[in-house]
Design a protein around this ligand. Structure first.
Ligand code: TYD
Ligand code: MG
Length: 467
């Protein structure tokens, strides 16, 4: 393409076209085309993407390959270190993404304060003025003697400061605000983000600098800019949570230096983010007691069990088309559970509006939470309470059967630790291995059986006739 000519490129797959299109013919994504300006062909020389090879490169016999040893620095926040796989790896590039106002800059300022005690840190902000940064840092109690602040959006000037200061940790808040004069596309465009990130990554790999990049999110919640950005960096972290709620979760979507299963939990306080070592307690605080429509569940985030409370509100629908609303549980999963309950138990959800919520703003995205969702729904519909000290675990099949789930013991132990005394669990889980725990386990094969077991304590008469 001739330099200076405008074209449109798909942010999902990179497909280029001369005219705008609603749907990408290659990957099928909608509304992903953005206008770009063709850049001059790069001059001959070392390819920019040669991250690992330098000069003379040859294949190595597998048994001669050495296990890598990564140098890591602790960030001062154990929860963040856990997600990173044990600390920030020297020379690695980490992309931190999340909604505006979630606390990305706060987190990075706190981390800078700790890292600068052992390594030289350069914090580049293209979003705030020096004064604003100082205000936040004061609020966080930052001392930072080896911490340098640069408010700049021009990549070349950033690189010049990197040359002058020679930092060991470089923080860029955010990659979307950086622009390079050598590119004609607008700041924040796909080309700018991709090329500037590449320049920073090459620099980091060359000099062994750890780079933390802040990435904005787009309307759909993904990282704004090219999809390749996620492939280029070593780790992608998502900072999530409800802005109105105090607690925040950091999740690794990708991590070349650790597992992607771990999450870190924080609480936003007056003086910055505080780690939460006992998230279940936080999630259960303020939990209503003795009210219908609630059921406790334990979800596994990686290896970490978290107790959450599912809330359902089922009310008579004023309109022929009933409303369905779900917060924290996949909408389609909710519809599926409702369909199973309607078909298998004959419960009339179709005449009712249904609202689902997970207390604390947690997202439950594993099927092991199906039974708790089902029980919360039935409890609200029939206005009978699921006992407070009971926790429900299990995946619901289309015939109403309860499927085995992973990590049962881990979940039940967490429930016990928080004072639950009874657990409804899939019978299939206990077929292979019995659990010998000081808690009343109620193994069930299906949703019917779960209701039968519950009926002994607190199940509505209506359900009995429904069965
Ligand atoms: P910020 O880190 O600027 O978010 P992001 O960089 O992701 O856009 O801060 C987010 C919010 O956190 C802001 O609305 C104010 C609040 N906050 C606190 O509650 N306590 C604090 O100590 C700080 C610094 C911010
Ligand atoms: Mg910010």
């Amino acid at each position: 393409m001739k330099a200076g000519k405008t074209y449109y490129s798909c942010s999902e797959c990179g497909y280029r076209t001369a005219k705008w299109m609603g749907k990408c013919p290659t990957c099928g994504a909608w509304n992903t085309f953005t206008e770009e300006v063709a850049e001059p062909e790069p001059k001959a020389g070392a390819p920019a993407h040669a991250l690992f090879s330098s000069g003379d490169n040859h294949a190595v016999a597998y048994d001669k390959l050495e296990m890598p040893t990564y140098m890591r620095s602790k960030t001062g926040l154990g929860e963040l270190d856990r997600v990173l796989g044990g600390g920030l790896v020297h020379g690695s590039v980490v992309l931190l993404s999340g909604e505006p106002g979630i606390g990305k800059s706060t987190l990075l300022m706190q981390v800078s304060d700790v890292l600068c005690r052992s390594r030289k840190v350069l914090y580049v902000s293209g979003e705030e003025s020096g004064g604003q940064l100082k205000l936040r840092a004061e609020r966080l109690g930052v001392k930072g003697s080896n911490l340098y602040i640069l408010t700049e959006t021009n990549l070349d000037r950033v690189m010049r400061e990197v040359d002058a200061i020679q930092p060991e940790v470089l923080i860029v808040d955010s990659i979307q605000t950086l622009y390079s004069d050598r590119l004609t596309s607008a700041p924040g465009s796909i080309t700018q983000v991709r090329e500037n990130a590449l320049a920073l990554i090459n620099r980091a790999k060359g000099d062994g600098i750890s780079v933390l990049l802040v990435g904005h999110v787009n309307k759909e919640g993904g990282i704004a800019g090219p999809k390749v950005l996620e492939h280029m960096v070593d780790a992608v972290l998502y900072f999530e949570g409800e802005r109105q709620q105090a607690y925040r979760i950091i999740r690794a979507i990708k991590n070349r230096f650790g597992s992607t299963n771990e999450i870190g939990v924080f609480e936003m306080e007056e003086h910055g983010l505080r780690e939460v070592e006992n998230p279940s307690e936080l999630l259960l605080s303020g939990r209503p007691h003795g009210i219908s429509g609630n059921c406790a569940v334990c979800t596994l985030e990686g290896t970490r069990p978290l107790i959450a409370e599912v809330q359902a509100l089922v009310t008579q629908a004023p309109q022929p088309a009933p409303r369905r609303n779900s917060n924290g549980i996949d909408y389609n999963r909710m519809c599926l559970i409702l369909a199973v309950l309607e078909k298998r138990l004959g419960l009339r959800f179709s005449a009712n509006d249904v609202y689902l919520n997970v207390i604390g703003g947690l997202r439950l995205d594993e099927p092991a939470t199906d039974l708790a969702v089902a029980l919360a729904l039935i409890s609200s519909l029939t206005d009978r309470v699921v006992p407070d000290e009971l926790i429900a675990l299990g995946e619901l099949g289309l015939s109403g059967e309860l499927r085995a789930i992973s990590g049962l013991e881990n979940r039940v132990r967490e429930a016990m630790r928080l004072g639950f005394t009874r657990a409804v669990v899939p019978a299939r889980n206990l077929e292979k291995r019995k659990l010998d725990l000081p808690i009343e386990l109620l193994p069930v094969k299906s949703i019917y059986e779960a209701l039968r077991v519950l009926r002994k304590t607190d199940v509505p008469e209506k359900m009995e006739s429904d069965e």
